[in-house]
Design a protein around this ligand. Structure first.
Ligand SMILES: *Cc1c(COP(=O)(O)O)cnc(C)c1O
Length: 470
Protein backbone atom coordinates (compact mmCIF):
# COMPACT_ATOMS: atom_id res chain seq x y z
CA UNK A 1 0.00 0.00 0.00
CA UNK A 2 1.33 3.42 -0.95
CA UNK A 3 1.92 5.71 2.01
CA UNK A 4 -1.06 7.99 2.51
CA UNK A 5 -0.29 11.72 2.36
CA UNK A 6 -2.48 14.76 2.85
CA UNK A 7 -2.73 18.00 0.87
CA UNK A 8 -4.54 21.31 1.36
CA UNK A 9 -7.65 22.08 -0.68
CA UNK A 10 -6.05 25.41 -1.66
CA UNK A 11 -2.87 24.05 -3.19
CA UNK A 12 -1.09 20.73 -3.20
CA UNK A 13 2.13 22.19 -1.70
CA UNK A 14 4.31 19.83 0.32
CA UNK A 15 2.19 16.89 1.50
CA UNK A 16 1.69 16.05 5.18
CA UNK A 17 1.44 12.93 7.28
CA UNK A 18 -1.67 11.86 9.18
CA UNK A 19 -0.53 12.85 12.67
CA UNK A 20 0.67 16.28 11.51
CA UNK A 21 -2.72 16.83 9.86
CA UNK A 22 -4.42 15.88 13.12
CA UNK A 23 -2.23 18.29 15.10
CA UNK A 24 -2.62 21.23 12.73
CA UNK A 25 -6.38 21.02 12.14
CA UNK A 26 -6.34 23.56 9.33
CA UNK A 27 -3.70 23.83 6.60
CA UNK A 28 -1.32 26.84 6.82
CA UNK A 29 -2.75 28.34 3.60
CA UNK A 30 -6.26 28.49 5.10
CA UNK A 31 -7.44 25.39 3.25
CA UNK A 32 -8.59 22.06 4.68
CA UNK A 33 -6.64 18.83 4.54
CA UNK A 34 -7.62 15.97 2.24
CA UNK A 35 -5.96 12.68 1.36
CA UNK A 36 -3.89 13.19 -1.78
CA UNK A 37 -5.44 10.01 -3.20
CA UNK A 38 -8.61 8.40 -1.86
CA UNK A 39 -8.10 4.91 -0.44
CA UNK A 40 -10.48 2.33 -1.92
CA UNK A 41 -11.94 -0.57 0.00
CA UNK A 42 -11.59 -4.07 -1.36
CA UNK A 43 -15.02 -5.30 -2.58
CA UNK A 44 -14.51 -8.55 -0.69
CA UNK A 45 -14.00 -6.70 2.55
CA UNK A 46 -17.72 -6.31 3.24
CA UNK A 47 -18.55 -10.01 3.54
CA UNK A 48 -15.66 -10.23 5.99
CA UNK A 49 -16.99 -7.29 8.04
CA UNK A 50 -20.55 -8.63 8.44
CA UNK A 51 -21.08 -9.62 12.03
CA UNK A 52 -18.08 -7.72 13.37
CA UNK A 53 -18.38 -5.13 16.15
CA UNK A 54 -18.13 -1.38 15.68
CA UNK A 55 -14.49 -1.06 16.79
CA UNK A 56 -13.42 -3.85 14.45
CA UNK A 57 -15.20 -2.31 11.46
CA UNK A 58 -13.67 1.06 12.44
CA UNK A 59 -10.21 -0.53 12.29
CA UNK A 60 -10.72 -1.53 8.64
CA UNK A 61 -12.16 1.84 7.60
CA UNK A 62 -9.67 4.03 9.49
CA UNK A 63 -6.41 2.12 8.97
CA UNK A 64 -5.95 3.23 5.32
CA UNK A 65 -6.19 6.90 6.40
CA UNK A 66 -3.64 6.52 9.18
CA UNK A 67 -1.03 4.66 7.16
CA UNK A 68 2.13 3.93 9.11
CA UNK A 69 1.73 6.82 11.58
CA UNK A 70 0.31 4.51 14.26
CA UNK A 71 1.02 0.84 14.74
CA UNK A 72 -1.90 -1.55 14.26
CA UNK A 73 -1.71 -2.39 17.97
CA UNK A 74 -1.96 1.28 19.00
CA UNK A 75 -4.83 2.02 16.63
CA UNK A 76 -6.70 -1.10 17.71
CA UNK A 77 -6.14 -0.22 21.34
CA UNK A 78 -7.43 3.36 20.94
CA UNK A 79 -10.48 2.24 18.94
CA UNK A 80 -11.19 -0.51 21.44
CA UNK A 81 -11.05 1.95 24.35
CA UNK A 82 -13.30 4.43 22.51
CA UNK A 83 -16.06 2.29 21.07
CA UNK A 84 -17.09 0.33 24.17
CA UNK A 85 -20.12 0.29 26.44
CA UNK A 86 -18.25 2.26 29.07
CA UNK A 87 -18.04 5.27 26.74
CA UNK A 88 -21.26 4.72 24.76
CA UNK A 89 -24.45 3.55 26.44
CA UNK A 90 -25.53 1.05 23.75
CA UNK A 91 -23.57 -2.08 22.86
CA UNK A 92 -24.28 -1.53 19.14
CA UNK A 93 -22.87 2.04 19.43
CA UNK A 94 -25.14 3.26 16.57
CA UNK A 95 -28.35 1.16 16.76
CA UNK A 96 -30.73 1.11 13.78
CA UNK A 97 -34.43 1.44 14.65
CA UNK A 98 -37.06 0.74 12.02
CA UNK A 99 -39.27 3.79 11.44
CA UNK A 100 -41.19 2.76 8.30
CA UNK A 101 -41.49 -0.04 5.71
CA UNK A 102 -38.05 0.65 4.27
CA UNK A 103 -36.79 3.40 6.57
CA UNK A 104 -34.47 3.30 9.56
CA UNK A 105 -33.31 5.73 12.19
CA UNK A 106 -29.62 5.42 13.02
CA UNK A 107 -29.31 6.63 16.61
CA UNK A 108 -26.09 8.59 16.86
CA UNK A 109 -26.75 9.91 20.35
CA UNK A 110 -25.49 7.21 22.69
CA UNK A 111 -22.28 9.00 23.65
CA UNK A 112 -21.52 10.99 26.82
CA UNK A 113 -22.98 14.28 25.50
CA UNK A 114 -25.89 12.76 23.50
CA UNK A 115 -25.06 14.01 20.01
CA UNK A 116 -23.31 12.38 17.04
CA UNK A 117 -20.25 14.56 17.70
CA UNK A 118 -19.16 12.12 20.44
CA UNK A 119 -18.48 9.34 17.92
CA UNK A 120 -15.55 11.22 16.38
CA UNK A 121 -14.49 13.38 19.32
CA UNK A 122 -14.16 10.57 21.86
CA UNK A 123 -11.70 8.97 19.45
CA UNK A 124 -9.92 12.24 18.64
CA UNK A 125 -9.46 13.09 22.35
CA UNK A 126 -7.84 9.73 23.05
CA UNK A 127 -5.66 10.02 19.97
CA UNK A 128 -4.47 13.52 20.96
CA UNK A 129 -3.72 12.37 24.50
CA UNK A 130 -1.71 9.42 23.24
CA UNK A 131 0.35 11.42 20.75
CA UNK A 132 0.96 14.46 23.00
CA UNK A 133 2.02 12.20 25.85
CA UNK A 134 4.49 10.40 23.60
CA UNK A 135 5.90 13.62 22.18
CA UNK A 136 5.91 15.49 25.51
CA UNK A 137 3.97 18.38 23.90
CA UNK A 138 1.20 20.68 25.06
CA UNK A 139 -1.45 22.25 22.80
CA UNK A 140 -4.27 24.79 22.95
CA UNK A 141 -7.50 23.75 21.29
CA UNK A 142 -9.78 26.51 20.07
CA UNK A 143 -13.19 25.71 18.65
CA UNK A 144 -16.53 27.23 17.74
CA UNK A 145 -19.81 25.53 18.49
CA UNK A 146 -23.38 26.00 17.38
CA UNK A 147 -24.44 23.83 20.30
CA UNK A 148 -23.26 20.23 20.32
CA UNK A 149 -19.60 20.31 19.26
CA UNK A 150 -18.63 22.31 22.33
CA UNK A 151 -19.81 19.86 24.94
CA UNK A 152 -18.57 16.87 22.95
CA UNK A 153 -15.12 18.48 22.56
CA UNK A 154 -14.95 19.48 26.21
CA UNK A 155 -16.00 16.01 27.28
CA UNK A 156 -13.29 14.54 25.04
CA UNK A 157 -10.52 16.82 26.41
CA UNK A 158 -11.38 17.53 30.04
CA UNK A 159 -9.14 14.72 31.31
CA UNK A 160 -6.25 15.43 28.94
CA UNK A 161 -3.23 16.67 30.83
CA UNK A 162 -1.60 18.26 27.80
CA UNK A 163 -4.53 20.25 26.41
CA UNK A 164 -6.14 23.59 27.24
CA UNK A 165 -9.47 23.93 25.46
CA UNK A 166 -11.35 27.16 24.58
CA UNK A 167 -14.86 26.87 23.15
CA UNK A 168 -16.70 29.84 21.67
CA UNK A 169 -20.49 29.60 21.60
CA UNK A 170 -22.96 32.22 20.35
CA UNK A 171 -24.36 33.82 23.49
CA UNK A 172 -28.01 32.95 24.06
CA UNK A 173 -28.33 30.89 20.87
CA UNK A 174 -27.74 27.38 22.15
CA UNK A 175 -30.38 25.49 24.11
CA UNK A 176 -30.26 25.76 27.90
CA UNK A 177 -29.13 22.15 28.22
CA UNK A 178 -26.50 22.52 25.49
CA UNK A 179 -25.02 25.51 27.34
CA UNK A 180 -25.05 23.78 30.71
CA UNK A 181 -23.32 20.72 29.23
CA UNK A 182 -20.37 23.00 28.47
CA UNK A 183 -20.38 25.53 31.28
CA UNK A 184 -20.85 23.15 34.22
CA UNK A 185 -17.55 21.39 33.53
CA UNK A 186 -15.21 22.72 36.19
CA UNK A 187 -11.91 21.25 34.94
CA UNK A 188 -9.11 23.87 35.08
CA UNK A 189 -8.13 23.30 31.43
CA UNK A 190 -11.64 24.07 30.10
CA UNK A 191 -12.62 27.66 29.09
CA UNK A 192 -16.04 28.67 27.75
CA UNK A 193 -16.44 31.92 25.83
CA UNK A 194 -19.99 33.21 25.23
CA UNK A 195 -19.53 35.43 22.19
CA UNK A 196 -21.96 38.27 21.54
CA UNK A 197 -22.72 37.14 17.98
CA UNK A 198 -23.80 34.20 15.80
CA UNK A 199 -22.15 30.83 15.21
CA UNK A 200 -20.65 32.17 11.98
CA UNK A 201 -19.06 35.00 14.03
CA UNK A 202 -17.59 32.38 16.38
CA UNK A 203 -16.28 30.34 13.48
CA UNK A 204 -14.91 33.50 11.83
CA UNK A 205 -12.88 34.35 14.95
CA UNK A 206 -11.55 30.81 15.24
CA UNK A 207 -10.46 30.91 11.60
CA UNK A 208 -8.78 34.28 12.15
CA UNK A 209 -6.89 32.94 15.19
CA UNK A 210 -5.60 30.09 13.07
CA UNK A 211 -4.63 32.50 10.29
CA UNK A 212 -2.46 34.46 12.78
CA UNK A 213 0.76 32.50 12.33
CA UNK A 214 2.60 34.00 15.29
CA UNK A 215 -0.26 33.27 17.68
CA UNK A 216 -0.77 29.86 16.22
CA UNK A 217 2.87 28.92 16.77
CA UNK A 218 3.10 30.52 20.22
CA UNK A 219 0.03 28.65 21.53
CA UNK A 220 0.48 25.41 19.52
CA UNK A 221 -3.10 25.91 18.35
CA UNK A 222 -5.11 22.93 17.26
CA UNK A 223 -8.69 22.38 16.14
CA UNK A 224 -11.34 19.84 16.97
CA UNK A 225 -14.03 21.37 14.76
CA UNK A 226 -14.98 19.34 11.73
CA UNK A 227 -12.25 21.23 9.87
CA UNK A 228 -10.03 18.63 11.60
CA UNK A 229 -9.76 15.72 9.19
CA UNK A 230 -9.90 13.13 12.00
CA UNK A 231 -13.51 14.14 12.73
CA UNK A 232 -14.57 13.35 9.17
CA UNK A 233 -12.57 10.15 9.05
CA UNK A 234 -14.09 8.76 12.24
CA UNK A 235 -17.61 9.53 10.98
CA UNK A 236 -17.10 7.48 7.82
CA UNK A 237 -17.30 4.38 10.01
CA UNK A 238 -21.01 4.48 10.82
CA UNK A 239 -21.99 4.83 7.15
CA UNK A 240 -20.19 1.55 6.54
CA UNK A 241 -21.73 0.02 9.67
CA UNK A 242 -25.25 0.90 8.42
CA UNK A 243 -24.60 -0.39 4.89
CA UNK A 244 -23.27 -3.66 6.31
CA UNK A 245 -26.17 -4.08 8.74
CA UNK A 246 -28.90 -3.37 6.17
CA UNK A 247 -27.44 -4.88 3.02
CA UNK A 248 -24.32 -6.81 3.96
CA UNK A 249 -22.39 -4.20 2.00
CA UNK A 250 -23.88 -5.70 -1.20
CA UNK A 251 -27.04 -3.62 -1.55
CA UNK A 252 -27.19 0.15 -1.89
CA UNK A 253 -28.48 2.24 1.00
CA UNK A 254 -29.46 5.94 1.04
CA UNK A 255 -28.84 8.38 3.89
CA UNK A 256 -30.53 11.58 5.02
CA UNK A 257 -28.39 13.83 7.16
CA UNK A 258 -29.40 16.98 9.09
CA UNK A 259 -26.69 19.34 7.88
CA UNK A 260 -24.94 22.43 9.17
CA UNK A 261 -21.19 22.59 8.63
CA UNK A 262 -21.35 19.76 6.06
CA UNK A 263 -19.10 17.51 8.16
CA UNK A 264 -21.41 14.58 8.75
CA UNK A 265 -22.82 14.24 5.24
CA UNK A 266 -19.36 14.79 3.76
CA UNK A 267 -18.23 11.70 5.68
CA UNK A 268 -21.01 9.90 3.78
CA UNK A 269 -19.58 11.16 0.51
CA UNK A 270 -16.13 9.87 1.57
CA UNK A 271 -17.65 6.49 2.45
CA UNK A 272 -19.19 6.26 -1.04
CA UNK A 273 -15.91 7.40 -2.63
CA UNK A 274 -14.12 4.56 -0.81
CA UNK A 275 -16.61 1.99 -2.09
CA UNK A 276 -19.33 1.74 0.56
CA UNK A 277 -22.51 1.05 -1.48
CA UNK A 278 -24.42 4.31 -0.97
CA UNK A 279 -27.06 5.51 -3.39
CA UNK A 280 -28.41 8.92 -2.42
CA UNK A 281 -27.00 11.37 0.10
CA UNK A 282 -29.73 13.76 1.17
CA UNK A 283 -28.88 17.12 2.74
CA UNK A 284 -31.54 18.33 5.17
CA UNK A 285 -31.42 22.01 6.13
CA UNK A 286 -33.61 24.13 8.33
CA UNK A 287 -34.56 27.70 7.31
CA UNK A 288 -30.84 28.51 7.11
CA UNK A 289 -30.85 26.90 3.70
CA UNK A 290 -27.72 28.13 1.91
CA UNK A 291 -26.93 24.60 0.68
CA UNK A 292 -30.47 23.94 -0.56
CA UNK A 293 -30.39 27.27 -2.43
CA UNK A 294 -26.99 26.35 -3.86
CA UNK A 295 -28.26 23.05 -5.25
CA UNK A 296 -31.27 24.86 -6.75
CA UNK A 297 -29.44 27.80 -8.33
CA UNK A 298 -25.68 27.20 -8.29
CA UNK A 299 -25.36 30.33 -6.13
CA UNK A 300 -23.47 30.01 -2.85
CA UNK A 301 -24.62 33.17 -1.13
CA UNK A 302 -24.82 33.44 2.68
CA UNK A 303 -27.74 35.30 4.21
CA UNK A 304 -28.17 36.39 7.81
CA UNK A 305 -28.41 33.47 10.22
CA UNK A 306 -31.95 33.11 11.57
CA UNK A 307 -32.34 31.23 14.87
CA UNK A 308 -34.44 28.07 14.44
CA UNK A 309 -35.69 25.13 16.50
CA UNK A 310 -32.64 23.16 15.30
CA UNK A 311 -29.80 25.46 16.49
CA UNK A 312 -26.94 23.10 15.64
CA UNK A 313 -27.78 23.76 11.99
CA UNK A 314 -28.11 27.55 12.24
CA UNK A 315 -25.12 28.04 9.96
CA UNK A 316 -24.69 29.90 6.68
CA UNK A 317 -21.08 29.03 5.86
CA UNK A 318 -20.57 25.26 5.67
CA UNK A 319 -16.80 24.91 6.01
CA UNK A 320 -16.51 21.33 4.85
CA UNK A 321 -18.18 22.07 1.54
CA UNK A 322 -14.73 23.25 0.42
CA UNK A 323 -13.50 19.67 0.75
CA UNK A 324 -16.26 18.43 -1.53
CA UNK A 325 -15.66 21.27 -4.02
CA UNK A 326 -12.03 20.22 -4.29
CA UNK A 327 -13.00 16.86 -5.79
CA UNK A 328 -15.98 18.28 -7.69
CA UNK A 329 -13.51 20.61 -9.44
CA UNK A 330 -11.26 17.69 -10.29
CA UNK A 331 -8.59 18.70 -7.75
CA UNK A 332 -7.89 21.97 -9.55
CA UNK A 333 -6.42 23.47 -6.38
CA UNK A 334 -5.62 26.84 -7.93
CA UNK A 335 -9.16 27.26 -9.26
CA UNK A 336 -10.58 26.36 -5.86
CA UNK A 337 -8.27 28.85 -4.13
CA UNK A 338 -9.59 31.56 -6.51
CA UNK A 339 -13.19 30.51 -5.83
CA UNK A 340 -12.68 30.64 -2.05
CA UNK A 341 -10.98 34.02 -2.42
CA UNK A 342 -13.95 35.43 -4.28
CA UNK A 343 -16.24 33.90 -1.65
CA UNK A 344 -14.32 35.84 0.97
CA UNK A 345 -14.21 39.18 -0.85
CA UNK A 346 -17.56 39.10 -2.70
CA UNK A 347 -19.43 36.99 -0.18
CA UNK A 348 -20.63 34.70 -2.97
CA UNK A 349 -19.66 32.35 -5.77
CA UNK A 350 -21.51 30.70 -8.59
CA UNK A 351 -21.15 27.32 -10.28
CA UNK A 352 -22.95 26.20 -13.42
CA UNK A 353 -23.05 23.69 -16.26
CA UNK A 354 -21.41 20.33 -15.85
CA UNK A 355 -20.16 21.01 -12.34
CA UNK A 356 -23.70 21.67 -11.09
CA UNK A 357 -25.03 18.61 -12.90
CA UNK A 358 -22.44 16.49 -11.20
CA UNK A 359 -23.11 18.10 -7.81
CA UNK A 360 -26.83 17.36 -8.20
CA UNK A 361 -26.02 13.71 -8.88
CA UNK A 362 -23.90 13.59 -5.72
CA UNK A 363 -26.43 15.18 -3.34
CA UNK A 364 -30.14 15.98 -2.97
CA UNK A 365 -31.05 18.96 -0.80
CA UNK A 366 -34.21 19.99 1.04
CA UNK A 367 -35.26 22.62 3.56
CA UNK A 368 -37.69 22.45 6.47
CA UNK A 369 -39.47 25.25 8.36
CA UNK A 370 -39.89 25.31 12.13
CA UNK A 371 -43.61 24.65 11.67
CA UNK A 372 -42.91 21.51 9.60
CA UNK A 373 -40.26 20.46 12.12
CA UNK A 374 -42.84 20.39 14.92
CA UNK A 375 -45.41 18.70 12.67
CA UNK A 376 -42.97 15.89 11.80
CA UNK A 377 -41.96 15.37 15.44
CA UNK A 378 -45.64 14.92 16.27
CA UNK A 379 -46.35 12.64 13.29
CA UNK A 380 -43.34 10.45 14.03
CA UNK A 381 -44.38 10.06 17.65
CA UNK A 382 -47.96 9.17 16.70
CA UNK A 383 -46.97 6.71 13.97
CA UNK A 384 -44.08 4.91 15.72
CA UNK A 385 -44.00 5.97 19.38
CA UNK A 386 -40.50 7.32 18.77
CA UNK A 387 -39.65 10.80 20.00
CA UNK A 388 -37.19 12.59 17.75
CA UNK A 389 -35.31 15.82 18.32
CA UNK A 390 -35.84 18.85 16.03
CA UNK A 391 -32.66 18.21 13.99
CA UNK A 392 -33.66 14.63 13.32
CA UNK A 393 -37.12 15.91 12.33
CA UNK A 394 -35.61 18.19 9.69
CA UNK A 395 -34.00 15.03 8.30
CA UNK A 396 -37.28 13.10 8.41
CA UNK A 397 -38.98 15.81 6.42
CA UNK A 398 -36.38 15.51 3.65
CA UNK A 399 -36.32 11.71 3.83
CA UNK A 400 -40.08 11.43 3.32
CA UNK A 401 -39.79 13.29 0.03
CA UNK A 402 -36.91 11.08 -1.11
CA UNK A 403 -38.66 7.86 -0.07
CA UNK A 404 -41.63 8.86 -2.24
CA UNK A 405 -39.28 9.09 -5.23
CA UNK A 406 -37.29 5.91 -4.49
CA UNK A 407 -39.20 3.54 -2.18
CA UNK A 408 -37.07 0.49 -3.03
CA UNK A 409 -33.78 1.70 -1.55
CA UNK A 410 -33.47 1.46 2.23
CA UNK A 411 -33.34 4.97 3.73
CA UNK A 412 -31.29 5.62 6.86
CA UNK A 413 -32.15 8.82 8.69
CA UNK A 414 -29.39 10.04 10.97
CA UNK A 415 -30.67 10.92 14.46
CA UNK A 416 -27.96 13.36 15.43
CA UNK A 417 -29.10 14.36 18.93
CA UNK A 418 -31.08 12.88 21.80
CA UNK A 419 -34.58 14.40 22.09
CA UNK A 420 -33.94 15.22 25.76
CA UNK A 421 -31.46 17.91 24.66
CA UNK A 422 -34.43 19.85 23.27
CA UNK A 423 -37.24 19.26 25.78
CA UNK A 424 -39.13 22.49 24.93
CA UNK A 425 -39.56 21.55 21.27
CA UNK A 426 -40.47 17.96 22.13
CA UNK A 427 -43.14 19.17 24.55
CA UNK A 428 -44.47 21.69 22.06
CA UNK A 429 -44.71 19.04 19.33
CA UNK A 430 -45.96 16.01 21.23
CA UNK A 431 -47.43 17.40 24.46
CA UNK A 432 -45.09 15.05 26.35
CA UNK A 433 -41.75 15.39 28.10
CA UNK A 434 -38.84 13.39 26.71
CA UNK A 435 -37.29 10.87 29.10
CA UNK A 436 -34.28 12.66 30.62
CA UNK A 437 -31.09 10.60 30.87
CA UNK A 438 -29.66 11.00 34.39
CA UNK A 439 -26.52 12.70 33.07
CA UNK A 440 -28.64 15.51 31.60
CA UNK A 441 -31.05 15.84 34.53
CA UNK A 442 -28.09 16.38 36.88
CA UNK A 443 -26.99 19.53 35.03
CA UNK A 444 -29.76 21.70 36.50
CA UNK A 445 -28.61 23.71 39.48
CA UNK A 446 -24.87 23.16 38.90
CA UNK A 447 -22.63 26.24 38.89
CA UNK A 448 -21.80 27.55 35.41
CA UNK A 449 -18.39 28.87 34.36
CA UNK A 450 -18.04 31.10 31.27
CA UNK A 451 -16.92 34.56 30.16
CA UNK A 452 -18.90 36.86 27.86
CA UNK A 453 -16.72 38.50 25.18
CA UNK A 454 -17.60 40.90 22.35
CA UNK A 455 -17.20 39.95 18.69
CA UNK A 456 -13.62 41.15 18.74
CA UNK A 457 -10.60 39.13 17.64
CA UNK A 458 -8.16 41.01 19.89
CA UNK A 459 -10.26 40.47 22.98
CA UNK A 460 -10.54 36.73 22.34
CA UNK A 461 -6.83 36.41 21.56
CA UNK A 462 -5.96 38.32 24.74
CA UNK A 463 -8.21 36.16 26.88
CA UNK A 464 -6.64 32.95 25.55
CA UNK A 465 -3.10 34.28 26.12
CA UNK A 466 -3.81 35.26 29.68
CA UNK A 467 -5.65 32.02 30.55
CA UNK A 468 -3.28 29.39 29.18
CA UNK A 469 -1.11 27.87 31.86
CA UNK A 470 2.54 28.60 31.27
C1 LIG B 1 -23.54 19.30 14.59
C2 LIG B 1 -24.94 18.92 14.37
C3 LIG B 1 -25.53 18.96 13.09
C4 LIG B 1 -24.77 19.45 11.88
O1 LIG B 1 -23.74 18.57 11.51
P1 LIG B 1 -22.63 19.02 10.45
O2 LIG B 1 -21.62 17.95 10.47
O3 LIG B 1 -22.10 20.33 10.97
O4 LIG B 1 -23.32 19.18 9.14
C5 LIG B 1 -26.83 18.54 12.95
N1 LIG B 1 -27.55 18.11 14.02
C6 LIG B 1 -27.02 18.05 15.27
C7 LIG B 1 -27.86 17.58 16.37
C8 LIG B 1 -25.71 18.45 15.47
O5 LIG B 1 -25.18 18.39 16.70
Amino acid sequence: MAMIRYVSTRGPGPSSRFLDVMMAGMAPDGGLYLPEIWPELDRNLFSHLSGLGYAEIAMHIIKPFVGEDLSDETLQHLLGKTYTSTTFNHSAMTPLIQAGPNAWIMELFHGPTFSFKDYALQFLGRLFDHVLGQRGQRITIVGATSGDTGSAAIEACRHCKNIDIFILHPQGRTSDIQRRQMTTVSAPNVFNIALAGTFDDCQGIVKALFADEAFRAEQHLSAVNSINWVRIMAQVVYYAVAAIALGGGERQVSFTVPTGNFGNIYAGWVARRMGVPIKNLVIASNRNDILTRFFESGDMRPEAVVPSLSPSMDIQVSSNFERYLCDLMGRDYAALARLMDSFKTQKAFHLSGELMQKARRDFRAYRCSDLNTLEIMKQCHQATGIMIDPHTAVGFHAAQQEIDKDPATPMVMMACAHPAKFPDSVRQATGMDPVMPAALAQLQGRAEKFIVLPRDLDKVRGYIRQSVKK
